[in-house]
Design a protein around this ligand. Structure first.
Ligand SMILES: O=P(O)(O)OC[C@H]1O[C@H](OP(=O)(O)OP(=O)(O)O)[C@H](O)[C@@H]1O
Length: 326
């Protein structure tokens, strides 16, 4: 008989679909994770949250996991309120899955007066109260720079994960079709962050200069000539970095160009500029654009060519069993 799960998953309204997927998966020798769907995310007339966890006693003594999403400042307060409240419900342990750490790029100060909001966010998360087994674990995927872990205090345990193993599964399938694939990093940040994941692949290293809204990308090492190029980056906003890098690869002789980002942020619907059906001059046509579901709107985006979704569900499910060790 299957053991009853000791892990209970609660979701923000925007992450329920991913939560259902995680709970439908089975990891060998581990009980399925149980979904607790009964959280209401209502608002009072003034817009402030009116939250309620039904049957909250089911959390007592359980390893409680909250799957959140800080894709907009508007949804942060309600989720922080829930996460701060959960340890008071006598949970055995608390894990906060925050696939995308939104302020991540605002981690450096190059002019006095700038405010590093990544540090503010880490401080807010560091205030999550202890549970019976100790500090809350915070699972984040492909944070902008690994040093951001030091913004958190010892009150919580940041668990920095990567979605790249999922991309590698896709690339190995393409490799078996004898395609000559090379990985292009559009800037120094991406190269530093991800180069170690691509053993066995030739690398094209680029540098990027920001000039207002423009991104200027140039190649430092490697040649894309006659190769299938996959541009790899942590996140996309306006799309300028990926687009400039893709145009450069094509100009330098690439036979095809695809792209991958873990976090499809795409403010103001900028993803539409990449649609195969909207192709315009000055835009590079991409064969594939792989994204993950770290941000809820990625699921909708991936219904349109050339986007393809690589779900984090399996990786989250495996990590939870490993981190919680039931
Ligand atoms: O879609 P876009 O509007 O172009 O923005 C996305 C880019 O911004 C960030 O890098 P950043 O420019 O901060 O450089 P870094 O990674 O080298 O720190 C990110 O890593 C992407 O490369």
């Amino acid at each position: 008989m299957e053991k009853e799960s000791n892990i209970l998953l609660l979701c923000h309204a925007s992450t329920l679909e991913l939560g259902r997927k995680i709970c439908s998966l089975k990891v060998e020798n581990c009980p399925k994770i149980k979904l607790h769907e009964e959280v209401s995310w209502e608002k009072f007339p003034d817009g402030f949250p009116n939250l309620f966890i039904q049957d909250v006693d089911r959390c007592i003594g359980k390893h409680v996991v909250f799957l959140g999403s800080f894709h907009s400042p508007k949804v942060i307060f309600e989720q922080i309120s829930l996460v701060y409240a959960l340890p008071r419900s006598c949970v055995r342990s608390l894990t906060f899955i925050l696939p995308y750490f939104p302020t991540g790029t605002m981690e450096r100060i190059d002019t006095e007066g700038q405010v590093a909001t990544a540090s503010t966010m880490a401080r807010m998360l560091s205030a999550i109260p202890l549970s019976a087994m100790g500090p809350a674990q915070i699972m984040i995927f492909d944070i902008h720079v690994l040093q951001e872990r030091f913004f958190f205090t010892d009150n919580v345990l940041p668990r920095l994960q990567s979605a790249l193993p999922r991309l590698l599964q896709e690339l190995n399938k393409l490799k078996s079709e004898n395609l000559n694939i090379k990985i292009a990093f559009p800037d120094e940040g991406a190269h530093k962050r991800f180069r170690d994941h691509f053993d066995g692949f030739a690398i094209i290293r680029c540098i990027k200069k920001r000039n207002g809204a423009k991104r200027e990308v140039s190649i430092v090492d490697g040649s894309p000539n006659n190769c299938h190029i996959v541009i790899v980056d942590d996140l996309i906003m306006t799309g300028g970095t990926v687009n400039e890098c893709a145009l450069l690869m094509k100009k330098s002789g690439a036979s095809s160009v695809s792209a991958y980002v873990t976090h499809a942020v795409f403010p103001a619907d900028s993803w539409k500029d990449f649609l195969t059906e909207n192709h315009q001059e000055g835009r590079a046509a991409l064969d594939n654009f792989w994204i993950t579901d770290s941000i809820p709107h990625a699921r909708e985006i991936s219904n349109h060519e050339p986007f393809k979704l690589l779900s984090l569900a399996e990786s989250i499910c495996r990590s939870l069993h490993k981190l919680i060790l039931v």
